[in-house]
Design a protein around this ligand. Structure first.
Ligand SMILES: Cc1cc2nc3c(=O)[nH]c(=O)nc-3n(C[C@H](O)[C@H](O)[C@H](O)COP(=O)(O)O)c2cc1C
Length: 185
């Protein structure tokens, strides 16, 4: 079982669901959704739509509470956990040991098993407030980043967005203990 966690970078949800669909052709995937992603309606879609699409793609109920995420460690181990998209908010929490959402709970439980955690970051402050948190996470054992790029240097000079097409390749290499490179594309 592979974990696939979704955070509140709403503009990247369609790219994430496309990657999730491909992943589900190869693997049994358990979806995990952050409180914000699971409850916020935006111009990119409603929370209800997101939940129902994710559950239909995975043919499985999504984990949407800390209580349901907590066993996803030594008790019910996942072979890998992908966070796609990972917001700046969730990255900062992971880097600083804060565990107050289903996604951060799943990541904390999962890292106890010494298996890969793959992060597909999408954040407007990746090159400002969150730059140090990328460095903190990149240095951690068993943590891998999906290659990312500056998506709009004119209007969002501090933004980085992962290339969601590279999730499967990043995961395959992570499972061999290798970080796919180049990290910045
Ligand atoms: C329409 C909309 C789009 C957003 N896009 C992003 C984004 O791309 N990246 C990001 O880091 N935060 C984004 N946010 C802010 C996050 O949703 C917010 O930080 C939230 O607390 C994230 O919670 P989570 O990390 O638990 O999912 C967006 C918010 C809204 C309302």
């Amino acid at each position: 079982m592979t974990g696939y966690a979704i955070c509140g970078s709403f503009c990247t949800h369609s790219a994430s669901l496309a990657a999730l669909t491909l992943l589900c052709e190869e693997r049994d995937v358990i979806p995990i959704i952050s409180y914000n992603a699971a409850t916020t309606d935006t111009r990119f879609g409603t929370a209800k739509e997101l939940l129902s699409r994710v559950e239909s793609i995975c043919s499985r109920r999504a984990v949407t509470t800390i209580v349901d995420a907590e066993p996803l460690g030594p008790k019910s181990p996942m072979d890998a956990l992908i966070i796609a998209p990972c917001t700046g908010n969730t990255l900062a929490k992971l880097a600083n040991g804060i565990t107050d959402t289903p996604v951060t709970m799943a990541a904390k439980a999962h890292l106890r098993c010494s298996r890969p955690l793959v992060i597909a970051l999408a954040s407007n402050d990746a090159l400002s407030a969150n730059l140090k948190n990328i460095a903190i996470m990149a240095e951690k054992k068993n943590v891998y980043f999906v290659p990312m790029k500056q998506d709009d240097i004119e209007n969002k000079p501090y933004s980085l967005v992962a290339d969601f097409h590279l999730i499967e390749k990043t995961l395959a290499m992570a499972e061999e203990g290798r970080q796919i490179r180049p990290l910045f594309i």
